[in-house]
Design a protein around this ligand. Sequence first.
Ligand SMILES: [Zn+2]
Length: 155
Amino acid sequence: MSDGYNFQQLKAAILALSRATDWEVAKKEWRLVEISEADEPETCLCGHFPIIELCSISNATTGKSVDVGNVCVKRFLGFRSDLIFQSLKRVRADLDRAIGPDATAFFHERQVITDWEYQFQQSTLRKRNLSERQLATRRSINRKVIAAVRRRGLS
Ligand SMILES: [Zn+2]
């Protein structure tokens, strides 16, 4: 691929960590477990540099985990991590906005937001006119989500 994202290289690296030998099957062994942001740009498994938005993916069958760039995760594995990063950018810029459905489900699954907050998110996600109290809750959820995404580069 001419834009620096080398699918063959990524595929070989992921297959080496998978049980399945067929790519379409191997993909299904993986799930998105965490997102983070690099302080120092890193290199994706596909060879692309620089990547800042990192997705940790894990294989339930082999127990392997690996970090892949946000673009490859979406393009080649089909996870919508890009929507989670978009939500993050949106609420960083304006705490009064809401994170989207993908981020809501992801951060609930990671236990960053509680069951109650999960319900709250669903009933207020698309609302623009919140009461003061609802707005305070939304901001508190946003702060937790922002704090949950680790920056790395010290390790
Ligand atoms: Zn990549």
